[in-house]
Ligand binder design. Structure first.
Ligand code: FAD
Length: 649
């Protein structure tokens, strides 16, 4: 199937699927004739790191004489901090295949790939120029839905037999691998990147012995599921959500204990120094019906001090230690295998180093755990056009790449499933696309759009902020007066919300606000507003102050407790600029609550399972931040449950 629809250019600065590195500039005597190894000159290329990494190399006839790295889009303490060492390695080694800097693997890979493209240019070799970076309209191609030609048997250089094949080693796949291996299953675990992949730290976690021990109050799982269903307009699958809610306590306790000697720190207690620990987030304020605009639940565990990645790695090591797991890195799965009855019998993967294919026969089944499709332009344009078409407004935070610096989140699992008749869940699909206001997060101070007009009840969670921000002229201004620090504790709270001002936040206010004024008029002028926008801004503050005085928000219905007037200077504003973030996609294949994949008639496809961000029915239309950490928690819980289930299936 293919369809031509024009879409605006996507993920500015990312690379095309044709070439991992993009040539950005050639100067000097690039095409002069010469008899040396290189054509002397200066060459540039870019590749995907956390942002776009640009390598510029100067060559004489026999050597690399200078290297410049632009890593300004990388994480300051990690990728940026590694730049000098990476540059030194390129100059000392005179090759692109440098060791890299441990802990900065994403930036190191990008530097290797871009350096290889510079060297290729200097040798006069052709390098395919990045097409995605060109400012052209995107023509939608739906061929990702069409099954490719089957990989012929003569191309298969090895065959492995196992009980379970797991595709993808993020949190879902690692948990499935460990759980199945602990049940005595022989597991082949297949990963596209060079390592297991984790990020961040939050996991929803409640209603179990450990959560109670740590001081987390039990919640009513049905109330949580019903609230999530309401938030998603009843498009998710409540049975899948309920099974998660009933099992996440047990699964996350098991996951945390996967790190031997982890310290469980109760709420309010001092964490250990220099040790991996798990501790619940401070509880959210109790829900006040009739006051709070949203219902937010407490019950989220944080892994510290370096997020959950050390715990993920330890869980994977446990799986390996069982002696039941064979793991293959740099080896993307390419196609599923089925027998005549339609049962999925295995998977073929490709080794990125030598391009060879291996067939894995999996007697009990294949678990797809290959994550989302955020960097697959055609899938984004088709399934999430409302994000794709305005991608330039978002900061894209997903960063995992393969050895060729191609992003890993290409929707391979969803595609492989569709190719054999699995049903992609009905839309609108869900994604994590949030917005907030820098240091203050989503708090209910007055907000005005670029035209100076108030546009909503500001008492929202950050997913809802994000939804409004893309429907307004921007920038959007959050406006408050000198009482802001006293008002913060009266906010509802929620993911990313800041509810108290420490001394540092108070002392640095001039750094994290966008403008200040001794009067509202001065504030508007300092924001650069003029004409109608300036007049609207001043009039909107006046109107808001009137509503605050009355104690009734006649315009948008914000609760009286959070109607804070803007009347005592100095006055401040922060803008939303740079606060919109796109993290992952959450739409996947239809499954039943055992994570068994369903076909278009909602019948189980025997032998095929989908978990994590390949599993549909979990977050549809939106990713509600009703409880923080639900995505990790669901990926972990369904990995744990599916690994156990498949052993008994
Ligand atoms: C910056 C950031 C912060 C986040 N913070 C939070 C948070 O605090 N709380 C929360 O709940 N969620 C958070 N999320 C979302 C959360 O990380 C993911 O939704 C969740 O981890 C998904 O897990 P997964 O195992 O399904 O997928 P992934 O973690 O994406 O893992 C999929 C794996 O499959 C591999 N793969 C892909 N294709 C193939 C193939 N063909 N063959 C083999 N392997 C393949 C990938 O390389 C990857 O290792 C965050 C996301 C981002 C980007």
């Amino acid at each position: 199937m293919s369809k031509s629809l024009s879409r605006r250019s996507f993920l500015k600065g990312t690379v095309s699927m044709l070439a991992a590195a993009a040539v950005t500039g050639i100067s000097g005597k690039a095409f002069a004739e010469g008899s040396g190894t290189y054509i002397p000159g200066t060459y540039s290329a870019t590749a995907n790191g956390m942002g776009t990494v640009t390598v510029t190399m100067t060559f004489d006839a026999e050597s690399i004489t200078d290297v410049q790295l632009d890593v300004s889009g990388e994480t300051p303490d990690i990728g940026q901090a590694a730049a000098e060492e990476l540059k030194a390695q390129l100059l000392a080694g005179q090759i692109a295949e440098i060791d890299g800097v441990s802990g900065a693997s994403v930036t190191s890979t990008a530097v290797r790939v871009a350096a290889a493209a510079c060297i290729a240019q200097a040798k006069g070799e052709s390098v395919v120029v990045n097409e995605a970076a060109a400012p052209a309209d995107h023509v939608l191609d739906l061929s990702f839905m069409d099954a490719p030609e089957a990989i012929p048997s003569e191309k298969i250089s090895a065959v492995l037999d196992c009980d379970v094949a797991v595709v993808g080693l993020g949190v879902a796949g690692v948990c499935a691998t460990r759980a199945a291996a602990e049940e005595g299953m022989k597991v082949v675990a297949i990963e596209k990147c060079s390592t297991v992949n984790g990020r961040s730290s939050q996991f929803s976690f409640f209603n179990c012995e450990k959560s109670r021990e740590l001081g987390v109050e039990d919640i009513d799982a049905n109330e949580l599921v019903n609230e999530l269903m309401n938030q998603m307009s009843h498009r998710a699958n409540p049975a899948i959500l309920k099974k998660w809610a009933d099992n996440c306590g047990e699964a996350i306790t098991w996951y945390g204990n996967g790190y031997e000697g982890i310290t469980w720190v109760p709420i309010g207690e001092k964490p250990p120094e220099d040790a991996v620990y798990a501790t619940p987030m401070a509880p959210m304020p109790a829900y006040q019906p009739g006051v709070d605009h949203e219902r937010i639940f407490s019950g989220t565990l944080n892994f510290r001090p370096k997020g959950h990645t050390p715990v993920l790695e330890a869980n994977f090591q446990r799986a390996l230690d069982s002696g039941n797991v064979e793991a293959f890195f740099d080896c993307p799965a390419r196609q599923l295998l089925r027998d005549e009855s339609g049962r999925v019998t295995g998977v073929i993967f490709q080794n990125l180093h030598d391009e060879s294919y291996t067939q894995v026969n999996a007697a009990k089944g294949v678990i797809l755990a290959s994550g989302g499709f955020g960097h697959n332009e055609n899938m984004m344009a088709y399934y999430l056009p409302w994000i794709h078409d305005i991608m330039d407004k978002y900061k894209v935070t997903y960063a995992h790449t393969d050895i060729n610096a191609n992003f890993a989140n290409m929707g391979d699992g969803q595609q492989m499933g569709m190719w054999i008749g699995a049903q992609m869940e009905p839309g609108p699909l869900g994604s994590m696309a949030h917005g907030d206001f820098g240091k203050l997060g989503p708090d209910a101070f007055l907000q005005l759009n670029a035209q100076g007009i108030r546009f909503h009840n500001e008492d929202q969670t950050n997913d809802h902020y994000g939804a409004q921000f893309v429907r307004q002229p921007t920038p959007i201004y959050m406006v408050f007066d000198s009482h802001w620090a006293e008002q913060l504790p009266l906010m509802q709270g929620g993911l990313g919300s800041v509810r108290s001002a420490n001394q540092n936040l108070i002392d640095t206010i001039d750094e994290w606000t966008s403008a200040k004024g001794d009067s509202v008029e001065e504030l508007a002028a300092n924001l650069g507003l003029s004409g109608e926008a300036y007049d609207n801004f001043v009039a909107s503050v006046e109107r808001y102050n009137e509503l605050c005085e009355k104690g009734v928000d006649e315009d948008f219905g914000k609760c009286a407790q959070r109607l804070f007037p803007v009347k005592d200077g100095p006055f401040y504003a922060i803008t939303d600029e740079g606060s919109l973030r796109f993290l992952v996609t959450l739409g996947g294949l239809c499954t039943n609550p055992n994570a068994q994949v369903l076909d278009n008639d909602y019948k189980v496809i025997p032998g095929l399972f989908a978990i994590g961000n390949v599993q549909g029915g979990r977050f549809v239309g939106d990713y509600p931040t009703t409880i923080a950490g639900a995505s990790h928690s669901m990926a972990c819980t369904y990995g744990y449950l599916t690994g156990k289930f498949i052993a008994k299936a």
